[in-house]
Write a protein that binds this ligand. Structure first.
Ligand code: SF4
Ligand code: SF4
Length: 289
């Protein structure tokens, strides 16, 4: 597998307003309840490390709509569940940013919190926090013979081979996040559906609170791989750590949200990205190719 990511960032931004051809996250058996595009699902260990680094406020949960026996009703939504416990992923937060992908003008698009809006490079690439899922993207798509984001970008904004240079499946792929054996590793089970009443409705509405997000992040961090077990004491500690987080990601998110216009609309006026992100502690990206 070889990809040419220069100037692309197709898998780091929500480019539906610029013609992304489909929205597979909300189709099929398990449909994301939130509206994020290309959520980067993290493993339990990665979640713990983000929280330990004071970046717990950069994480968001994802629950799924489903039908049938393996669901539980919360806030009027039939939510995918195992044994009556809501199932969820935890991924990286999306933030509206002024970006100019695909050789176009600057527009407001939702983007990964860690994407530098100026260079379209990843701020955590080649660091210990770089998610395995980003490192191996689009390996799972290639393995499943599913169209990659790289090819979708080529289809709408380029030519075949512009971005996906070699489509061989990498040998070191981790299991997919929704794999059968993923419980406690990338798919987590919330212990008590009643405890997330209200939070699920707010997640669906895009209005999740800091406390809502922290509850799910803490549960994931306190989960035991291969089982549905959650360590209550650890969950309480991880929740406190997540609530105490005050990272540049959350501060930048607040400022970008205040400044952002409709997604896909041209940027008429925007704060200086360096002032919003790097001056608050975001790692710069100018020093890597
Ligand atoms: S869509 Fe493909 S080419 Fe574009 S940034 Fe993502 S991995 Fe790279
Ligand atoms: S972590 Fe980096 S590579 Fe992954 S989606 Fe975010 S900006 Fe893109």
């Amino acid at each position: 597998m070889e990809v040419n990511c220069e100037g692309c960032a197709g898998c780091c931004i929500d480019w539906r307003p610029l013609g992304a051809p489909d929205d597979r996250e909300r189709e099929g058996r398990y449909r994301a309840l939130d509206d994020a595009y290309n959520l980067v699902a993290l493993s339990r260990d990665e979640i713990r490390e983000f929280v330990a680094d004071g970046l717990g406020d950069a994480l968001v949960p994802r629950l799924f709509a489903a039908e049938g026996d393996h669901t539980v009703t919360v806030d009027g939504h039939e939510v995918a569940a195992v044994g009556g416990r809501p199932a969820f992923l935890v991924g990286l937060r999306k933030t509206p940013k002024p970006v100019a992908p695909f050789d176009g003008e600057r527009v407001w698009l939702d983007a990964c919190a860690f994407l530098d809006p100026t260079t379209l490079k990843c701020r955590i690439h080649e660091t210990d926090r770089y998610p395995r899922r980003c490192h191996t993207y689009p390996g799972h798509n290639l393995e499943l013979d599913a169209e990659t984001e790289c090819e979708r970008v080529e289809r709408v904004h380029g030519e075949a081979g512009d971005h996906l240079v070699d489509d061989a499946v990498p040998a070191d792929l981790p299991p997919p996040p929704l794999d059968r054996g993923a419980i406690g590793s990338t798919v987590f089970l919330y212990p008590d559906p009643d405890a997330v009443e209200g939070a699920v409705a707010r997640l669906v509405a895009g209005e999740a609170t800091v406390e809502d997000r922290a509850a799910f992040v803490a549960c994931a961090a306190a989960s035991a791989p291969g089982t549905g077990t959650v360590d209550d004491d650890r969950m309480a500690r991880e929740r406190e750590r997540t609530l105490a987080a005050d990272s540049w990601v959350a501060a930048a998110d607040r400022e970008w949200r205040d400044a952002a216009a409709d997604r896909g609309s041209p940027v008429a006026d925007a704060p200086d990205p360096d002032a919003v992100e790097t001056d608050r502690g975001a790692p710069p990206t100018d020093d890597w190719e």
